[in-house]
Design a protein around this ligand. Structure first.
Ligand code: PLP
Length: 361
């Protein structure tokens, strides 16, 4: 098998140790004689799997008592409707920070269920920065404040946690979940689609403060009510059993790698290598995002000579560097370097980019 490094934005590379364990346990999980995919979600084997996954996640993130951890489906996109349906009144409103593609989608969906005040937007700069806090037009009575900690498409990451006082803080953490330390107690609700730093697609993790449960709008479908899922320990209906099992293995893998602190140090180093190379390429490569806001998960960059982009991608592929094409809405390149991307992969990409610039510069 050819050695490749997969820079996909998601579904994305998973730790090879995790995949090897899953393979070894495929036909016989812990002597049960069953594959996890075949197990009843209410059987004692799967109950152990989901329980351990939750406990490991709680330990990794130091999730305080008073927060529920939910393993849901519907992707992060479903959270764009679930959050306002549960946390905002029909006749109320929310505050949202616009940092790009995913925050705009969150705004669009929330408008179906409540009023939306966009506190600030950096669309004027084509999302090269997170809007300056001093420019935010917050409202005192917002039901919650929503932001996207990492814009996966634009490559923009919010380098701080917004200070919003008593207003519940809600974060779409889909693409930087578990990549750096966060103080969960600052948040009312965190959600993240699994297919970047958690596991396979089909699973969405929600961490919600318990006092925010039980206030869903009357029109809320049962399946979109957090309270229903919280009361049933994520077993109201059949959960995404196999993705939960893989997520559990990923959490165990993280624990062996120094937890989130260990990951954060590695992620800083990986992103540092790549941005340093981009910045020292004499403009051959460039990033439109200003330095303090550059994503450490999704490194978005362009080539000065756009005509070289296709050659770049095909040469990269020949060198085992896969899925570097930027999102179709913004073009250019994107190297997603989530937790599971080893530093060797980033070094291989840096070497390739240096060689390519020498040949074509
Ligand atoms: N939010 C962010 C930041 C994302 O990166 C994505 C997907 O890439 C989504 C939301 C939507 O996630 P899903 O496709 O799981 O609905």
């Amino acid at each position: 098998m050819a050695k490749v490094y997969n820079f996909s934005a998601g579904p994305a590379v998973l730790p090879h140790e995790v995949l090897a364990t899953a393979q070894a346990e495929m036909l016989d999980w812990h002597g049960s004689g069953m594959c996890v995919m075949e197990m009843s979600h209410r059987g004692k084997e799967f109950m152990e799997i989901i329980h351990d996954a939750e406990q490991d996640l709680r330990a990794l993130m130091a999730i305080p008592a008073g927060y529920k951890v939910l393993f849901l489906q519907g992707g992060a996109s479903q959270q764009f409707s679930m959050v306002p349906l549960n946390l905002a009144p029909v006749d109320g409103h929310i505050d949202v920070l616009d940092t790009g593609h995913w925050s705009k989608l969150a705004v669009k969906e929330a408008r179906r269920y409540t009023g939306v005040n966009v506190v600030a937007s950096s669309s004027d700069s084509n999302y090269a920065v997170v809007p300056d806090v001093a420019s935010w037009q917050r409202t005192p009575d917002a039901a919650y404040f929503h932001y996207t900690s990492n814009e996966t498409i634009g490559g923009l990451q919010c380098p701080f946690v917004p200070e919003v006082g008593d207003t519940p803080l809600v974060c779409d953490m889909s693409s930087d979940f578990l990549s750096h330390e966060v103080d969960v107690s600052k948040f009312g609700l965190i959600y993240a689609g699994a297919q970047k730093n958690i596991g396979p697609s089909g699973l969405t993790v929600v961490i919600v403060r318990e006092d925010l449960l039980g206030h869903a709008q009357a029109q809320t479908p049962t399946m979109l009510d957090y309270r229903v899922h919280a009361d049933a320990d994520s077993m109201y209906n059949t959960p995404a059993t196999y993705p939960i099992y893989i997520a559990g293995l990923v959490f165990k893998w993280l624990k062996t790698r120094g937890g989130i602190k260990g990951m954060q140090a590695r992620n800083d180093e990986k992103a540092g290598l790549l941005y340093h190379m981009i910045d020292s390429s004499n403009g051959f490569y460039f990033s439109h995002v200003q330095a303090p806001y550059r994503s450490k998960m999704n490194v978005v960059f362009r080539l000065k000579d756009e005509a070289l982009e296709d050659v770049f991608l095909s040469e990269a592929k020949k060198n085992g560097l896969m899925q570097l094409k930027g999102h179709r809405s913004v073009g250019g390149m994107r190297a997603s370097i989530y937790n599971a991307m080893p530093i060797e992969g980033v070094k291989a990409l840096v070497h390739f980019m240096e060689d390519f610039a020498r040949q074509h510069g």
